[in-house]
Design a protein around this ligand. Structure first.
Ligand code: UTP
Length: 298
């Protein structure tokens, strides 16, 4: 069966960005001038996804508005002949988007469960806004290609520094069945480095079969008292094969402050409007900081 649907959970509290996220969705924070969630929607579309469900929560209305038409703004830009800006604004309105609210943020697994009626009996992709992925073939498409041959759930993973395993779901790989594709023994949510069975961490892209919903319906809360998607995937793996696909492209972690700042700088350095000034500024700042450091050492 063809994979046509994607689910983007965006109902988390975004506590790592407080106070910015007190009244605003973290998915609307921009990388230079584009909200992070737009990168995710663009990846879905580039992968051939036809319908997208965004799971939203409180303070998430701006996400819906962002992907809706804004007549006042559009007619203003049209009157002023700002065609380039008009194109940018209109670009985000022609997408098959659906929204559902997760009334209580009980965890990622619980957010995905809200997509049960939308997904029905089809395989689907889950895409998290915390990660922007870049590769020749979009990562979601890579998982969809895997599904074409395995007809099984496939989870994207990436090597992370060993001391950081407690920030991720980690896989215990059994065997590499083809280049970069693993059979998995078990999936463990946020293990300490001592307990971690590998350094292969689950990153924010999942291709799941609809049987995951049966598991999620009875899934008990796990790490952090939340209903964890990783735990449900581990249970699913006991009744049907679940694979892991190692991602070798570039991952931008925009889910925490430092990752977000690094991503903003890297995207700024290739953005036609700001790249030259930013580059010059970074070089000057770098020189100043080096002098400062050198004088501290004296
Ligand atoms: P995070 O662990 O990044 O949580 O969730 P968060 O609440 O967004 O951010 P912090 O850690 O408090 O700063 C991973 C993804 O799962 C979604 C989030 O929106 C994010 O995209 N999520 C998490 C939900 O949709 N619902 C939940 O109950 C929890």
């Amino acid at each position: 069966m063809k994979v046509r649907k994607a689910v983007i959970p965006a109902a988390g509290l975004g506590t790592r960005f407080l106070p910015a996220t007190k009244a605003m969705a973290k998915e609307m924070l921009p990388i230079v001038d584009k909200p992070t969630i737009q990168f995710i929607v663009e990846e879905a579309l580039a992968s051939g996804i036809e319908d997208i469900l965004i799971v939203t929560g409180k303070a998430k209305r701006p996400i819906e508005d962002h992907f809706d038409a804004n007549f006042e703004l559009e007619s203003n830009l049209r009157e002023k002949n700002k065609t380039e800006l008009l194109k940018l604004v209109e670009e985000t309105t022609d997408v098959n988007l659906h929204f559902i609210r997760q009334s209580h943020p009980k965890g990622l697994g619980h957010a995905v469960l809200q997509a049960k009626a939308f997904v029905g009996n089809e395989p689907f992709v889950v895409m998290l806004g915390d990660d922007i992925m870049e590769d020749k073939i979009p990562l979601s498409k890579q998982l969809m290609n895997d599904y074409d041959s395995t007809h099984a759930s496939t989870i994207a993973v990436m090597k992370v520094p060993h001391e950081e395993t407690s920030k991720y779901g980690i896989i215990n790989p059994e065997a590499e069945v083809s280049k970069g594709l693993y059979n998995v023994n078990s999936f463990v949510e946020k293990p300490t480095p001592e307990e971690a069975p590998s350094d292969l961490a689950i990153i924010g892209r999942y291709l799941l079969t609809p049987e995951i919903f049966h598991v999620l319906e009875t899934q008990a809360p796990g790490a952090g008292g939340e209903i964890q998607l990783t735990d449900a995937i581990d249970t699913l793996n006991k009744t049907q094969r679940v694979f892991a696909r190692e991602f070798t492209g570039k991952r931008y972690d925009v889910g925490d402050k430092f990752g977000f700042m690094k991503t903003s700088i890297e995207y700024g350095l290739v953005h036609p409007e700001v790249k030259d000034n930013l580059r010059e500024y970074i070089i000057e700042l770098g020189e100043e900081l080096s002098k400062e450091q050198a004088s501290k050492k004296k």
